[in-house]
Design a protein around this ligand. Structure first.
Ligand SMILES: Cc1cc2nc3c(=O)[nH]c(=O)nc-3n(C[C@H](O)[C@H](O)[C@H](O)COP(=O)(O)OP(=O)(O)OC[C@H]3O[C@@H](n4cnc5c(N)ncnc54)[C@H](O)[C@@H]3O)c2cc1C
Length: 384
């Protein structure tokens, strides 16, 4: 039985570990933290990701903790609802024709609980990967505290600042957006304030575009924030910006708020010898469209499937294919989402909104659009 090391116990590393363990591999996960990360970040699971997690035996538990979101909405700050897209038109394309709204911090404990029942599974917390060495038939991974682990392969799923990626000398090309994204989780019920809300709402505006997302615990408001202002200043004016979404005549109840720098970057190679990069270690993108974690989970399952063949060329093909999808699909769709939300040219904006209304009104057009936004088209050929 091959022994596979996985750096990082985020959603991607633990999915890779479970997909490998289900295929009979011994797996050791090396995680720098003392426990699983509690930060919520990703909150949208797309249909193909739900299929993969269900195939791994964790679908029911994830559904119990999440909210079904059969529709999502495009809105305009001033006009209100522009178009409501209904994933029911994907009924023949997937057994999960909806998004599931659930924080990534709810998925990782489920994955770990299942892993702990698998023979040959181990996890080392407090293992901060600093070095990766390779021989022809294996890898040795070293930690800051001097610990070392050997395996036949290493999957680097240690996030955007991946030590695995840096240790293998792979560069991370791309751009950093000038704006930062401010995400506020609020203890408010937005459906009482705004008409025609779905659980996921993309709100167009040339100046103050935003995203309104429902998670099981909160509504979240994502706002763009200039790069040059100090964080404290942005947090101080958050309430006035939230009151621009709706003014309840009192301050919004904000549970917590976080500021993120946002990048579009893809590693120059997803494979170096016996080291494979997955998830944010391999590619990062803006959160508009909810593609980052989802595509990382797709990497994890693709690598486990390829490694199970025992065929080196198949493993190369999987990493090459996942990099192609990161470039051609994830980077392109997420950047397009960003450009459209903030478009300033009135004619281009009007044409885009008209296009969205026409798409929502025509089931065939809606299906084509949803096959792409739900990531199904990134993974398999779809019948017309
Ligand atoms: C505001 C926001 C909203 C988002 N919304 C969505 C969404 O709705 N849908 C979506 O698909 N994506 C979304 N994303 C992106 C998503 O959060 C990431 O793509 C996802 O977390 C990537 O998972 P990962 O397992 O690759 O990396 P991470 O979640 O970053 O996990 C990496 C793990 O590796 C560990 N680690 C780091 N360094 C080391 C080391 N040297 N040694 C050992 N372990 C290490 C970390 O402690 C961590 O546990 C969002 C991101 C943000 C910021």
């Amino acid at each position: 039985m091959n022994h596979i090391l996985v750096a990082g116990a985020g959603p991607v590393g633990l999915t890779a570990a479970l997909a490998l363990a289900r295929r009979g591999f011994a797996v050791t996960v090396l995680e720098s933290g003392d426990d699983l990360a509690a930060e919520s970040r990703a909150s949208t699971f797309h249909p193909p990701t739900l299929e993969m997690l269900d195939d791994l035996g964790v679908g029911d538990e994830l559904h119990e903790r999440g909210l079904l979101s059969p529709t999502f909405a495009y809105r305009d700050r001033t006009e209100g609802l522009v178009a409501m897209l209904d994933l029911a038109v994907l009924g023949d394309d997937t057994r999960f024709p909806y998004r599931l709204q659930c924080e990534q911090s709810k998925l990782t404990p489920i994955l770990l609980a299942h892993l702990r029942e698998m023979p040959g599974f181990a996890i080392e917390f407090g293992f901060h990967v600093t070095g990766v060495g390779q021989k022809e038939d294996g890898v040795i991974v070293t930690a800051a505290d001097g610990r070392a682990e050997t395996g036949d392969w290493l999957i680097g799923a240690d996030g955007a600042h991946s030590a695995t990626r840096r240790a293998t000398g792979v560069t991370f090309d791309g751009i950093t957006y000038p704006e930062r994204f401010l995400v506020a989780s609020v203890d408010e019920e937005l459906t009482g304030w705004l008409d025609d809300l779905a659980s996921v709402n993309y709100v167009f505006d040339p100046v103050e575009w935003c995203v309104l997302l429902r998670t099981p615990d909160h509504w979240r408001v994502l706002l763009p924030t200039p790069v040059e202002t100090p964080d404290e200043q942005e947090f101080a004016r958050l309430d006035s910006r939230l009151r621009g979404v709706h003014d309840p005549g009192r301050p919004w109840r904000v549970a917590h708020a976080s500021m993120y720098r946002v990048h579009q970057r893809v590693a120059t190679s997803f494979r170096t010898g016996r080291v494979l990069l997955a998830g944010d270690a391999a590619h990062v993108n803006n959160p508009l469209g909810g593609l980052g974690m989802n595509s990382g989970i797709h990497d994890a399952v693709a690598y486990a499937t390829a490694l199970a063949t025992g065929d080196d060329a198949t493993v190369w093909a999987a990493t090459t294919d996942r990099r192609r999808i990161a470039l051609e699909y994830v980077q392109s769709v997420s950047h397009q989402n960003y450009e459209r939300l903030r478009a300033t040219d009135p004619d281009a904006r009007a044409a885009h909104l008209d296009g969205l209304r026409a798409t929502a009104a025509d089931p065939a057009l809606a299906r084509q659009s949803l096959l792409r936004s739900s990531m199904i088209a990134s993974l398999r050929p779809v019948p017309a």
